[in-house]
Ligand binder design. Structure first.
Ligand code: ATP
Ligand code: FE
Length: 356
């Protein structure tokens, strides 16, 4: 089975070709990602209109390149998968239109995929992780603990009540004059600093359950920065590095402790010992991965994190989600619509009229 996947829900235009063999293993024949970081660099964040136009311009070429790299003609493709939400609506619409065009021209089945399902199923693309498993999905716009019961069945155990960690990394980078996307910049700067340089809060650790909060932490970084600037007339390199290291350490502490609680909750409510998986762009952070790995080793739980290139946005995860979901649901067809909001944790087929 050979599937073409498309992704355009944020600021990466991506296309990928995946093949599943009769034995059940899946191979990534190609995975092409066109980033838009340069286009948005002057604006301190992703500008939806610019993103939508860039996706529309890049998609055809991206698909062509994915097919070429896979050494695969469109005639060999057997299904088309596209991110149908959630995300910036202009980009999602561009992807869905492109996929519908391809499906119309070829007569191939079309699958609308939830971007978050793409992230949440990724561990199974590279590792032999059986359902059900516990997933921490940490990305630019989301942060939640999910019990992944099957390709289309997710139970939410908890999540952020305000910002997502990726958003916090990006905002902190902006506060400290570091480039976007903030995660890699803050991580690199943190490597030069001391994690105990600044005393920052660990939000919501005093409350039970596995909900999280990150907006207070970001505000604490702002206050700490202002205090340094007021005292020293500027932000010295060393203080900036210490702030990054202290911020990252706070994020690690919170994610590890809440993951611990999510594991306990899973064991209480779920079917026995889970595998613990992490995915989403923030899972590219080495300190976070290491913290979670240690937690799992101590708890005797199997830990699984996809390779970095599959943690950030890509189309391989979208094609893979379609391959997984083929056994549980029919294709969507041309009624497929783009959905800016699309919560993962209830039965929400992509084939709803727009605006519902
Ligand atoms: P969503 O998946 O929620 O729609 P998104 O697609 O924008 O959001 P991803 O591409 O999954 O998010 O992840 C991007 C986020 O990951 C950005 O906020 C970025 O700063 C963060 N990120 C990337 N690398 C790192 C890193 N090394 N450390 C921390 N954060 C990182
Ligand atoms: Fe994403």
């Amino acid at each position: 089975l050979t599937v073409l996947g498309l992704e355009s829900s944020c600021d990466d235009t991506a296309a990928a070709v995946l093949r599943r063999y009769a034995g059940g293993e899946t191979e990534i024949l190609s995975s092409v990602v066109y980033g838009q970081t340069d286009l948005h660099a002057d604006f301190g964040g992703v500008v939806p209109e610019i993103a939508a136009r860039a996706h529309a311009e890049a998609l055809d070429h991206c698909v062509e390149q994915a097919l070429t790299q896979a050494e695969c003609g469109l005639g060999e493709i057997e299904a088309i998968a596209v991110t149908a939400g959630p995300g910036l609506i202009g980009g999602v619409v561009s992807g869905v239109m492109c996929a519908k065009g391809l499906a119309a021209a070829t007569g191939l089945p079309l699958y609308g995929i939830n971007h978050l399902a793409g992230h949440a199923l990724t561990p199974r693309l590279t590792d032999d992780v059986p359902y059900p498993y516990l997933m921490l999905l940490v990305s630019g716009g989301h942060c939640q603990f999910l019990m992944v019961e099957g390709p289309d069945s997710f139970v939410r155990l908890g999540g952020t009540i305000d910002d997502a960690p990726g958003e916090a990394f990006d905002k902190v980078a902006r506060l400290l004059g570091l480039p976007q996307p903030g995660g890699p910049a803050v991580e690199a700067t943190a490597a030069q600093g001391a994690a105990d340089g600044f005393a920052l809060p660990r939000p919501l650790l005093d409350r039970p359950g596995c909900d999280l909060s990150f907006s207070g932490l970001k505000t604490a970084v702002l206050r700490a920065r202002d205090a340094v600037v007021a005292a020293q007339g500027g932000l010295p390199e060393a203080a900036r590095a210490d702030l990054c290291a202290s911020f990252q350490a706070a994020i690690v502490d919170v994610l590890v402790e809440k993951s611990h609680r999510a594991l306990d909750l899973y064991r209480d409510t779920g079917p026995g010992q889970p595998s613990f998986c992490v995915a989403g762009g923030v899972a590219a952070n080495t300190a976070i991965r290491r913290g979670l790995e240690t937690l799992c080793a101590d708890a005797g739980v199997r830990f699984c994190a996809p390779p970095l290139a599959l943690c950030t946005d890509n189309a391989a995860m979208i094609a893979f989600a379609a391959i997984e979901q083929m056994s549980t649901r029919p294709p969507d067809g041309f009624a497929l619509s783009a959905r800016p909001r699309w919560p993962l944790d209830r039965a929400s087929p992509a084939m709803l009229g727009s605006g519902k």
